[in-house]
Design a protein around this ligand. Structure first.
Ligand SMILES: [Cu+2]
Length: 347
């Protein structure tokens, strides 16, 4: 995101010094060695429910505040607030009719209070009021999954957009009776907008003394993110692409944590065969869609058969955001299919 980020005007003088040092000493020379990857594995999609009866299901989530890699190329780090150490948090999977117990624990070394609001819940705050946990605390609540769908969950502790932007979102899939149709591979992607600026003084908002970027409230209020990420980190899923093979049918669970930006979700070089619009699993499917709209706190489920080998790029087609780190690559290998796509001219 290097040059693109510079063009976007988000590299400040201290970052340029950092960049110079990176060039001299190799990438990562200035990175805090404590910083970890917070990128959620895009193949971590949970276990499909299949044809089982409704039952009781328990999910345990732990809030972890971790110094994470925001932009590896730029050696930028950020103090993420996460569910289970990754962004997005774990994909939770159950079926309609299940009785679900959610337990939220806040690690004792956390600095902040947190909670969880799941959009799959019918009830006050989606569980937020029942799960307010100070550092070291643990709370639970129970809900019945009345409605199937692909739902976002997030922290709802003030300042809510700061908690969301800092990584506190994920998805819960409530499958219909009988489960979803079988596909060859499933992937889990979420987009978020981040308002991280380089630390200038020790008094910067939220500066813990370790991360080299901090949340900027004015930037968030102006809805002008410095980064738009897939699975938490700029360009991470381009550096480590998802993989599939020609002929396979894939399903992508895509959600937007936000807090602010609506995504024009698109796959470069492909067309979605089926779209579960807005994450609804009970409405007629849209078919043959180029770009689909996913609002903050919303989701979609897209399926497609992979016709030809290519590096397909999933992104927000508000394409200025590509320069802010917003892309994920699906590397599809297999024999060329010249009848569908080939170089050159017709005879
Ligand atoms: Cu929180």
């Amino acid at each position: 995101m290097h040059q693109s980020a510079m063009k976007a005007g988000i590299v400040r003088p201290c970052a340029q010094a950092l960049l110079a040092a990176t060039l001299l000493f190799g990438s990562w020379a200035w990175a805090d060695p404590e910083a970890v990857s917070i990128v959620q594995d895009p193949t971590a999609v949970g276990i499909p429910v299949g044809k089982r009866e409704a039952k009781t299901v328990k999910f345990n989530l732990e809030v972890q505040e971790v110094l994470g890699i925001l932009d590896k190329e730029q050696s930028r780090t950020y103090m993420y607030w996460t569910f289970n150490g990754k962004v997005p948090g774990p994909m939770l999977r159950a079926r309609v009719g299940d009785t679900i117990e959610i337990t939220l624990r806040n690690k004792s070394d956390s600095a902040m209070i947190h909670n969880i609001d799941l959009h799959a819940v019918w009830g006050q705050g989606g569980g937020a009021a029942l799960t307010i946990v100070a550092p070291g605390e643990e709370k639970s609540f129970v809900f019945k999954a009345l409605i199937p769908g692909l739902f976002v969950y997030h922290c709802a502790t003030p300042i809510i957009p700061q908690h969301i932007s800092s990584g506190m979102y994920g998805m819960i899939l409530i499958e219909p009776e009988g489960g979803l149709p079988k596909v060859d591979r499933e992937f889990y992607l979420m987009q978020g907008d981040m308002y991280a600026d380089d630390v200038r003084t020790s008094l910067d908002v939220g500066n813990t003394g370790t991360a080299n970027t901090v949340f900027n409230l004015d930037r968030m209020l102006a809805e002008n993110p410095s980064y738009v990420v897939m699975n938490g980190s700029a360009g991470a899923l381009a550096a480590a692409p998802m993989k599939a093979k020609v002929g396979e049918t894939i399903r992508v669970f895509f959600g937007v944590g936000g807090p602010n930006l609506t995504s024009a979700f698109h796959a470069i070089g492909a067309i979605f065969d089926r779209v579960s619009n807005l994450g609804s699993l009970t409405s007629p499917l849209l078919t043959n869609v180029q770009t689909t709209v996913v609002p903050p706190g919303g989701a979609t489920m897209v399926e497609m058969k992979l016709r030809v080998p290519a590096n397909y790029i999933f992104l927000d087609h508000a394409i200025g955001r590509l320069t802010k780190g917003n892309l994920a690559i699906l590397k599809v290998e297999g024999e060329a299919v010249p009848d569908v796509f080939r170089p050159g001219k017709l005879p």
